[in-house]
Design a protein around this ligand. Structure first.
Ligand code: CUA
Length: 424
């Protein structure tokens, strides 16, 4: 008996300790947590969630309490006695029909109101971004500013952004946990999701995800949303509208008239590429979130596959890389670099300013020389199921199960990397 008394006295402390632990788990702000919203839509959803959770908890405690009470109080006390039966008790049956109906109405009113509010057309002068889901990357078009980018968007704080969601293939779903709810990108149907990022929020990066299973690399279909001040946004837009260029510093005068040693295809057969546009001082000064300001959670840490060997000591020449891009590399068949009339492919991501992006392969790998070179050499080993062909000479293609007899040498890949990295 003494033991049970002590237990009863200690019980409140035990409950308090468990609660404190649970609350401590919520205290830290996790980068991909949906419980710390930074927009009007995020808060509307959060409000509904909190309300449902609060009243749901009350209902749970009352119902479970009544159940446990009845099980004990009205239990069959002996084999001979039948406990009192409530079947056919009209009052009881009406009561337990009406109470859930009332609860349902209580939940339905704010829910339906929020659905109507957030499904209404976006306010006029919203920033429109057309989103196209692809297996497995995101295309973003800014029709008001007439440029296209991939896997990374900038949005100004305090201005409503109206995302127009479509898909190029299967169903995908757009989700930035800290900014807004999820919405599907569906074939033959245009969905919208609009929200206003808080005007006092941080200039930082938010992780975005595909949340509808869409095939092999569904789990590697990320994107980044960078929230910036309106002036920074204007500057970034100017930068994105400018053609792809590489700064003279990044393009050393290299002997580009002769193909690099080990080159499989001599360049002269390819049409002569246009002279690389050089950056104006305004373009060089345009705003791009400095790499040092990108939080660690927004930088991918996916390890490199061991199978792909590459000589990292090779020095790439961006001018040679540009020739390869529209020549032997045939990159231009799938990729656009605005400003280069020979690079207008629409199948893969727009690479106009790829050098200034945080990540490659839809957020799977960090955008650096090491990862980009292996990606070009054998993307299909880097990321399961991708359309990006295997380009490295002698590489095994896991999709066709064949070894590439022809293809690019490591030196050619290094040149391409130098060119792409210089497309700031
Ligand atoms: Cu796209 Cu899952």
């Amino acid at each position: 008996m003494i033991g049970s008394h002590r237990l009863r006295r200690l019980a409140p402390f035990g409950v308090a300790a468990v609660l404190a632990l649970a609350l401590a788990a919520c205290a830290k702000s996790y980068p991909d947590s949906t419980f710390t919203p930074h927009s009007d839509l995020g808060r509307a959803i959060d409000f509904l969630w909190n309300r449902l959770m609060f009243f749901g908890t009350i209902v749970f405690v009352l119902v479970e309490g009544a159940l446990i009470f009845c099980v004990i109080r009205f239990r069959r006390r002996s084999e001979d006695i039948m406990p009192p039966q409530t079947h056919g008790n009209v009052v009881l049956e009406i009561t337990w029909t009406l109470i859930p109906a009332a609860i349902l109405a209580f939940i339905a009113v704010p829910t339906v109101r929020t659905v109507f509010e957030t499904q209404a057309p976006a306010p006029a002068n919203s920033l429109v971004i057309e989103v196209y889901g692809h297996q497995w990357w995101w295309e973003f078009r800014y029709p008001q500013y007439k440029f296209t980018t991939a896997n990374e968007i900038y949005i100004p704080k305090g201005r409503t952004v109206d995302l127009v969601l479509r898909t190029d293939d299967v169903i995908h779903s757009f989700w930035v946990p800290q900014l807004a709810g999820k919405r599907d990108a569906v074939a033959n149907h245009t969905n919208h999701i609009w929200f206003t990022p808080d005007s006092n929020m941080a200039t930082t990066v938010w992780n975005g995800f595909c949340t509808e299973y869409c095939g092999d690399s569904h789990g590697e279909m990320h994107f980044r949303v960078v929230t910036v001040d309106p002036a920074q946004f204007t500057s970034w837009v100017e930068h994105q509208q400018a053609p792809g260029f590489y700064s003279p510093e990044a393009a050393p005068a290299a002997p580009t008239t002769t193909p690099a040693a080990g080159s499989a295809t001599p360049a002269p057969t390819a049409p002569p590429p246009p002279a690389a546009p050089t950056a104006t001082p305004a373009q060089l000064a345009s705003f791009v979130l400095p790499r040092a300001d990108v939080p660690d959670y927004a930088i991918p840490h996916t390890p490199l596959p061991d199978e792909i060997k590459f000589d990292d000591a090779l020095k790439g020449d961006p001018a040679a890389g540009e020739k390869l891009f529209v020549g032997a590399g045939t990159c231009n068949a799938c990729h656009t670099v605005a400003g280069n009339p020979l690079a207008v492919g629409m199948i893969g991501p727009n690479l106009t300013h790829v050098g200034s992006r945080i990540a490659i392969a839809a957020g799977m790998y960090v955008n650096d020389k090491q990862h980009l070179s292996r990606w070009i050499k054998n993307a299909r080993i880097m990321k399961s199921g991708v359309l990006m062909p295997t380009l490295g000479k002698g590489q095994y293609d896991p999709q066709t199960k064949a070894t590439m007899p022809a293809g690019l040498s490591d030196q050619q890949i290094a040149d391409l990397v130098a060119y792409l990295q210089a497309l700031k």
